[in-house]
Design a binder for this molecule. Structure first.
Ligand SMILES: Nc1ncnc2c1ncn2[C@@H]1O[C@H](COP(=O)(O)OP(=O)(O)OP(=O)(O)O)[C@@H](O)[C@H]1O
Ligand SMILES: [Mg+2]
Length: 314
């Protein structure tokens, strides 16, 4: 059964010039895809390519200019209530009443969707914020607020969960808890997930399929997660700031794959042993190196490699 059918969806925004409406700008351009029930899909693409707009259009927050969207067979514009009941859209843009406590907030959102707030208690417990029930939300950290937003998404007991970069602001431990919780719920409730996220580790564990959007809101490609991750040429990058310039030859003696952006250098590594080696070499050159940091490669990089033709098969 199809959970979601997006067919020929386009969306325009008017560019505002001073106080007048300027020309139209196409933000989503003839997007079509389907998601089977139980399938988990990630949407990736460069900044501003329309990922959030796509989620908002599916959630009926925006009306598309063209095309149709069906949720479990129901046209969402003809039967918006039915469609809205089926999904939760969790976005970092959701603002709270900061003066309300967590308990009051859960009560409020529970009432909005006709669910008892007790339903969410195990989740709050797992997130380590149950003890904050009577704390006002103004006292929550950004990471804790991210979890409250997710909790609000779950109160509705959705069939389709839409997540817009929900784990980005979280530390590793919380990210892990959230991913595990979503995985568990996914199995328990046969969820269908549509998420915007660029972390290979998150997408790898949660999703089966990736929708790649290109600039201008064009659908570039739909691939399986396995297929795409198998093509990622690097797993880690080491970002270096130089205090003294180095020649390309000197840089190549630290690691063979690098890119230069002014006095910032980015090295790419296939595995942890390569990371260790590059760090060892950097430490030997402390006269040139101001600082460096290591991180996992993001799916945004995959996008750029694709555009540069580095991922030949595409
Ligand atoms: N309400 C709006 N009114 C006018 N233009 C908008 C509106 N919302 C988004 N846009 C524009 O539409 C384009 C797509 O925005 P969107 O937020 O969907 O991108 P995104 O892919 O989610 O980007 P990011 O990776 O930065 O989150 C951008 O050019 C943005 O400026
Ligand atoms: Mg966005």
């Amino acid at each position: 059964m199809k959970a979601l059918e997006v067919d020929g969806v386009s969306k325009d925004f008017y560019v505002t010039e001073r106080f007048f409406l300027g020309p139209k700008k196409r933000v989503l351009d003839n997007i079509s895809f389907t998601v089977e029930r139980g399938q988990n899909v990630a949407i990736i693409g460069p900044n501003g390519c329309g990922k959030t707009t796509l989620l908002k259009t599916i959630s009926t927050i925006y009306l598309p200019d063209e095309g149709t969207i069906r949720v479990f067979g129901n046209d969402i514009f003809r039967h918006p209530e039915q469609a809205r009941r089926a999904f939760s859209f969790v976005s970092p843009a959701l603002n709270f009443q900061n003066k309300l406590s967590l308990r009051q907030t859960m009560k409020f959102f529970g009432r909005v969707v006709g669910k008892r707030p007790e339903y969410i208690i195990p989740f709050l417990k797992r997130m380590g914020i149950l003890h904050m029930m009577d704390t006002r939300l103004e006292g929550f950290s950004e990471g804790q607020k991210a979890m409250v937003r997710l909790a609000i998404g779950f109160i509705k007991d959705p069939k389709i969960l839409m997540l817009d970069e929900v784990v980005v602001s979280l530390d590793v431990e919380r990210k892990e808890r959230i991913i595990n919780f979503i995985l568990e719920q996914d199995e328990l409730r046969d969820l269908t997930i549509l998420m915007v996220d660029h972390e290979p580790t998150v997408v790898d564990r949660l999703c089966d399929k990736i929708i790649i959007l290109d600039k201008g809101g064009v659908l570039y490609k739909i691939v399986s997660v396995k297929e795409l991750l198998a093509m990622v040429p690097y797993r880690f990058d080491i970002n270096v700031s130089l205090k003294k310039d180095m020649s390309d030859k000197q840089l190549a003696s630290i690691g063979s794959d690098f890119r230069r952006y002014g006095n910032k250098i980015r090295y790419f590594a296939h595995d942890e042993s390569e990371v260790d080696e590059i760090i060892k070499q950097l430490l030997k050159r402390s006269r040139f190196v101001l600082e460096f940091s290591t991180s996992g490669v993001s799916l945004k990089d995959v996008y750029f490699w694709m555009m540069e033709g580095k991922l030949g098969k595409f």
